[in-house]
Design a protein around this ligand. Structure first.
Ligand code: ZN
Length: 398
């Protein structure tokens, strides 16, 4: 058994990232058996990125697809009445801002199918970022709100409610735009709601689902009132709520308080900073058809939709595919362990994040054709990291 295990190579690994900066790149390559190591050079993309190279090592023939990309997670404030005003470069300037106390904006709590992919960028300098914690840059350049993201589009389809964060009056809504953007070019503007507070400060709720908005201009809402559903309308590659707060002078307000945003929090209950920890959000197996045959850039949609996981992994599958949805920083690690029904280790692998991932998917596949009838039964899959373990059992049969 062991000798057979040792003979099972890692055939390929596909890596899917969704990570700004404001450009993306795509690499698709077909390996030849004789190659044991290869260098890729990314084409200079249409947005003018400099050349980029990634060294990939692999140990056997196979079809390797690498898709790395990064695009703005949002940026739709310009789509409506919220003017784009510069953010102060001095964190202390934000201390004196007055703003209402805010409640959590969704009907799902943080880490319940919801994660934070971006905070406000408090550094006004181009190409420099600083989040409120002065820590791990859990933001991107020029970002003016907090992004509350859903794990995948299935969660969006199930409906995650957006609720009013404070008592306010609705001053703007739009509800008819396309709401299923996965990647560039993004279709249409975004659906959303803007509410105003008595001192003329305001909050914008952006990227909402089409025909889901439940309030009208002029309506008064209380904290917790349902406004509509999270969507993926406008400039966004994932379903998320962009919550943007502005004071009465139209200056960006970061509600979170920390080392780089002094003063009181504007949250009634501020959630812990998420930028410093690795977190495994989701993971599962996927089928061979998602591994072979012209994997294209757009097919990252497969992961954003959450791939279908089979109840039984049949012997006809030549590869065992596994994906992991993760958030973490460069150098942080997660581990993968796949065991056969008799407890023998089929795969054990530690994965180190090459760079910060505010969100992203890692995909793996290993040859499955060596599995014999002795291996039929319940397999155990553990993906662990950041103190969290995603356990998944899988039945294998002919
Ligand atoms: Zn945003």
């Amino acid at each position: 058994m062991n000798s057979k295990n040792n003979s099972i190579p890692i055939l390929s690994r596909l890596i899917l990232f969704c990570q700004p900066p404001k450009a993306y790149a795509l690499q698709i390559a077909r390996f030849q058996p004789r190659w044991s190591e290869i260098w890729f050079k990314k084409d200079v993309d249409r947005l003018g990125l400099s050349l980029f190279s990634v060294k990939l090592r692999f140990v056997n023939m196979g079809f390797l697809m690498v898709c790395t990309w990064g695009i703005q997670a949002c940026g739709s404030e310009d789509d409506h009445s919220v003017a784009d005003t510069p953010i102060t470069d001095d964190p202390s300037d934000l201390v004196e801002v007055e703003f209402p106390q805010l409640i959590w904006p969704l009907d799902h709590q943080l880490h319940d199918k919801v994660y934070i992919s971006n905070y406000v960028d408090l550094d006004s300098d181009e190409n420099q970022t600083r989040d409120y914690a002065c820590a791990f840059q859990h933001t991107y350049d020029g970002h003016t709100g907090t992004d509350f993201a859903l794990l995948n589009f299935r969660v969006m389809d199930q409906g995650v409610g957006v609720v009013a964060v404070a008592p306010s009056v609705v001053t703007w809504t739009e509800d008819f735009n396309y709401d299923r953007n996965y990647w560039q070019p993004f279709q249409g503007s975004h659906n959303g709601v803007v509410v105003e507070y008595p001192d003329k400060s305001f909050t914008a709720y952006a990227h909402m689902r089409t025909h889901s908005i439940a309030v009208k201009v002029g309506e008064t809402v209380e904290a917790g009132d349902f406004l509509g559903f999270v969507g993926s309308s406008g400039t966004t590659p994932i379903p998320h709520l962009h919550l943007a707060n502005r004071d009465k002078n139209n200056q960006v307000v970061e509600a979170y308080t920390g080392a780089c945003r002094q003063g009181d929090s504007f949250w009634t209950s501020q959630t812990a900073y998420v930028g410093n920890t690795l977190r495994i959000y989701d993971a599962d197996v996927f089928l061979d058809f998602e591994l072979i045959g012209g994997f294209q850039f757009g097919e990252i949609r497969t992961f954003k939709d959450r791939p279908l996981a089979p109840a039984v992994y049949g012997i006809d599958q030549p590869k065992l595919g596994l994906w992991v949805q993760v958030q973490g920083n460069s150098g942080q690690e997660f581990s993968i362990e796949v065991k056969k029904p008799d407890g023998a280790v089929f795969v054990k692998e530690d994965v180190s994040l090459e760079t910060k991932r505010r969100y992203g998917w890692y995909g793996f596949n290993w040859g499955f054709d060596s599995v014999t009838s002795e291996d039929f039964g319940v397999w155990t899959i553990n993906i662990s990291g950041g103190g969290r373990r995603v356990r998944n059992q899988l039945r294998s049969w002919a």
